[in-house]
Design a protein around this ligand. Sequence first.
Ligand code: TA6
Length: 293
Amino acid sequence: TKDWNGIDSIVLRNPRGASARVSLHGGQVTSWRNEQGEELLFTSSKAIFKPPKAVRGGIPICFPQFGNCGSLKQHGFARNKIWTVDENPPPLSPSDSHGKSFVDLLLKPSEEDLRCWPHSFEFRLRVSLAADGSLTLISRIRNVNGKPFSFSFAYNTYLSVSDISEVRIEGLETLDYLDNLCHKERFTEQGDAITFESEVDRVYLSTPKVVAVLDHERKRTYVIRKEGLPDVVVWNPWEKQSKSMADFGDEEYKQMLCVNGAAIEKPVTLKPGEEWTGRLELSVVASTLSSEH
Ligand code: TA6
């Protein structure tokens, strides 16, 4: 189907009526709905639909650089590029395709990309929606035949929440994190679940494969399962930052939380012919007060 600006996007559906939508602009998932049609990802009501800028919401892909810790612009260029549909996707394990509706997107460097990042990479992104409504993103990044290169990576996942003050994250307790609000200084998380009373912008290190985001008011838990993504970025801009973003409503920090599967602290290095896989699976479970996942 056509997107907001005539750029194609692909809509995936499952037999129970859940859906996901991914745009060829940036390979960005822009919607993920459950079988009741509820939107599970946040997109700002003030999002600017003007390529090459990434839309504020959904799941922008940060590659080959997360943040502004390198020579490229913030979060690299993959989210600003037009991807293509890979018509003959490589075979995947049955668990990764069985009973799923999926699409494979492909990004290769343009001449312009090679000028600012001279590496011959091939980036295949598989977006799939399972029969139970869970959404899986699998990134396969390969060094085709150039000299070794390194990159950092994140699925910048904007989760929709009912009220940020009623949200907590479980699974990151006692871990170290780099605090982007304090010159990336390293701290250690206290023992409890993470809750939110002010701006948070942290990279949690050496995180477990499963992280849970509990939305107390909606009695809903997002379960994030990941492989190849050792770090988790947690970001809420809160009031002051919200006001500084033109494509973000002043009060919208209350309805969103970024919890990003990432590889940041230790960038990934690929020798010629080597391939890296970063897998993220998002699912939603109804949660009572305590969290069982
Ligand atoms: O998700 C963490 C973060 O690096 C924040 O510091 C904030 O900059 C956010 O990404 C959004 O970045 P963007 O370039 O999309 O405005």
